[in-house]
Ligand binder design. Structure first.
Ligand code: 5GP
Ligand code: MN
Length: 339
């Protein structure tokens, strides 16, 4: 984002505009935290703002300030489409290609609103008038902080905005442990705490509100864990029947793949989750070091993301998907064993 871009955006926001903010489908902590952080910031700038999510999000995000104002496109389509078609400006946060919003793809692509992208995923599309894209960033929430700083408005960050931004930095960095966590990330976090973000309460709200069923499902996932030592790979499967057995709720499998990656000497981890309704196997991939799961997913599983965290999908059965995965791995053995 250039100085000229910032000047133009300041000019744009100097008068009241109709603004819609959109996260990706199946929004996570960073997607909800960043859209709501920006929402509260724009409200303070006297803007007319609405967050529209493609669909619902997990229970452990349903306490974030302003969360109850979010509209869901899948269950409120006409109303959401009207807002999008009437918008002057659409911010797209935590994604960089319209197809990542699922069924919102066409209404976004056809809208004549000015688009502003704030995102940290690889290979951004070029739909936005102003693109703030940086793959080195820990999170979109960190980028929203930088965006506010570029507008010279950090003084306007209050406890509400600080809380929203803290959530996404915390969740996207695995609680400040992933490689993308820098000293700047920590300085921003320190400032957010100074502005009133209650770090202890936020961790508690996100991580310590599990249901008994969710922990039992985790137990099931861990008992399905398989290791392929020669590829330094571990993977987990969860079938629809297993999800049903433990009364699966959205978000219950979040973070489970990290247990596979926590094994000694394992640098590549995958979880395969059956979704019978969509007729797919949803895949989450994680790695340590230089092995790019973004490239792996783009090449074989119709997805993408970051070097060390990506998602994908398979339209084969669970058995065939696992066969495919295991079949592909040997061609990566060199890359998986080189550090
Ligand atoms: P998760 O495994 O948690 O669903 O996703 C890991 C990371 O990859 C997240 O940053 C997510 O936004 C991104 N991601 C997940 N699925 C896809 C996909 O299909 N395409 C792209 N480009 N990114 C994805
Ligand atoms: Mn993110």
């Amino acid at each position: 984002m250039t100085k000229e871009d910032i000047t133009s955006i300041k000019q744009l926001l100097s008068t009241k505009k109709k603004i819609v903010i959109v996260p990706h489908k199946n929004p996570d902590g960073d997607a909800i935290g960043s859209t709501l952080g920006l929402y509260h910031f724009l409200l303070k700038n006297n803007q007319d703002v609405q967050v529209i999510s493609p669909n619902d999000y997990p229970h452990f995000l349903k306490w974030i300030p302003g969360e109850n104002t979010i509209l869901k496109h899948d269950t409120d389509t006409d109303n959401c489409n009207a807002l999008i078609n009437n918008a002057d400006i659409i911010f797209t946060l935590d994604f960089n290609a319209f197809h990542r919003t699922g069924n919102m793809e066409s209404v976004l692509a056809n809208s004549s609103a000015l688009k502003i992208m704030i995102d940290h995923h690889q290979a951004p599309d070029d739909y936005a008038t102003y693109t703030f894209s940086d793959v080195s960033m820990s999170s979109t929430c960190e980028m929203v902080y930088h965006f506010i700083a570029m507008l010279d408005q950090t003084k306007n960050i209050d406890q509400t905005i600080a809380t929203c931004l803290y959530v996404g930095i915390m969740t996207d960095t695995g609680s400040f442990r992933f490689r993308s966590t820098t000293s700047t990330t920590h300085r921003i976090i320190a400032e957010l705490i100074d502005k009133g973000a209650d770090n202890n309460a936020i961790h508690n709200n996100v991580y310590d509100t599990n249901s008994y069923n969710r922990l039992q499902l985790l137990g099931c996932a861990l008992s399905n864990l398989k290791i392929i030592p020669e590829s330094r790979t571990a993977y987990i499967t969860l079938t629809q029947n297993e999800l049903n057995k433990f009364d699966y709720k959205k978000g219950d499998t979040e973070g489970v793949v990290n247990y596979a990656l926590s094994l000694n000497n394992i640098i590549f981890a995958a979880i395969f989750i059956e979704d019978r309704q969509e007729g797919i196997i949803k895949i989450s991939l994680r790695s340590k070091g230089t092995f790019s799961v973004n490239e792996f997913s783009r090449s074989h599983f119709n997805g993408g993301g970051h070097n060390n965290a990506a998602g994908g999908r398979s339209e084969l059965s669970m058995r065939k998907t696992i066969e495919k995965f295991i079949g592909i791995l040997p061609s990566y053995n060199k890359a998986l064993n080189n550090d």
